[in-house]
Every structure is written in C-alpha cells, then in structure tokens.
Design a protein around this ligand. Structure first.
Ligand SMILES: [Zn+2]
Length: 140
C-alpha cells in the first residue's frame, strides 16, 4: 500500500491509499478519484513537502539545495535519508516545536514535520526560516 497526498483544483488536500504506485494514475485517468470535500474529479498528486528547521540558511546551502532539486531522484532520496537520520520528526506539531527551537536559543535541535499553509505564513511573519523540501517516495 502506498499513501499519497492528493490535491484537487480547489486546493483541498487529503490523503488516499493505493495498492501500488501505478494505481493512482490509472484511477485518475478514468476519473474515478474525487475530492472528499468538493467531489471534484480534477485531482493531482501533491508531493509531501515537510518543513525543516535548524539549518542556517545562507546563499551557499540554498544553492546546494537548488542543485539537489535539479538532480535525479536518487539525490532527493539521499536528502530524505539524511534528514530522517539527523532530524527529529515532529509531524504536525512542527509549528509549535519550531517556535520552541527558535525562541530558546540554547536548543539547537533540527526538526522536520508538516505545516498547513496558514501555519507556514505565521512562521514566516515571525521571521522563522523554514525550508520546504520535496519528499521523494522511496518505494516508487
Ligand atoms: Zn476539493
């Protein structure tokens, strides 16, 4: 089973499980998928992009990341493995935890997790640097 985050034309996001990776495309072509909120058949796979913090962003590692984005999927998988190994996963508690890290200067923890659009905007307004990375499916 593979879980995908899906998104409809009205930007509703939801999750769905599929038996295998090709099943999404097959069902979607036949218009058998619909948004759980508005029943739209215009569904896309939305790549889960967890937020990471604890990296001081400067031009150099931004370039590095850009480079990684341009590279093959293998590179993104390496990036994912690096983050999984070195960062603490906090799931949807990210916006809460990232403030702990940000305002308590002694904590130098690196965390990753997910945020909603609004949470992300709030954090940006507070001046908290975040990086959104493309999350590649390892078994796809
Ligand atoms: Zn919808």
């Amino acid at each position: 089973m593979i879980k995908y985050n899906l998104k409809c034309e009205n930007n509703h996001e939801f999750e769905s499980w599929f038996a295998e990776s090709g099943e999404f495309n097959k069902l979607n072509k036949q218009k058998l998928l619909e948004c759980i909120y508005c029943s739209s058949n215009n569904i896309q796979k939305s790549i889960m992009s967890p937020m990471i913090s604890g990296i001081k962003l400067n031009e150099n590692n931004m370039n590095l990341l850009d480079q990684k984005l341009l590279n093959e999927k293998n590179e993104l998988i390496k990036l994912r493995e690096h983050i999984e190994k070195n960062f603490e996963f906090v799931g949807d508690k990210f916006s809460e935890k990232v403030r702990d890290v940000y305002y308590d200067k002694k904590t130098k923890k690196s965390i990753y997790g997910t945020t909603t659009q609004e949470e992300r905007q709030e954090l940006e307004e507070e001046g908290i640097d975040l990086l959104s990375i493309p999350w590649v499916d390892k078994d796809n």
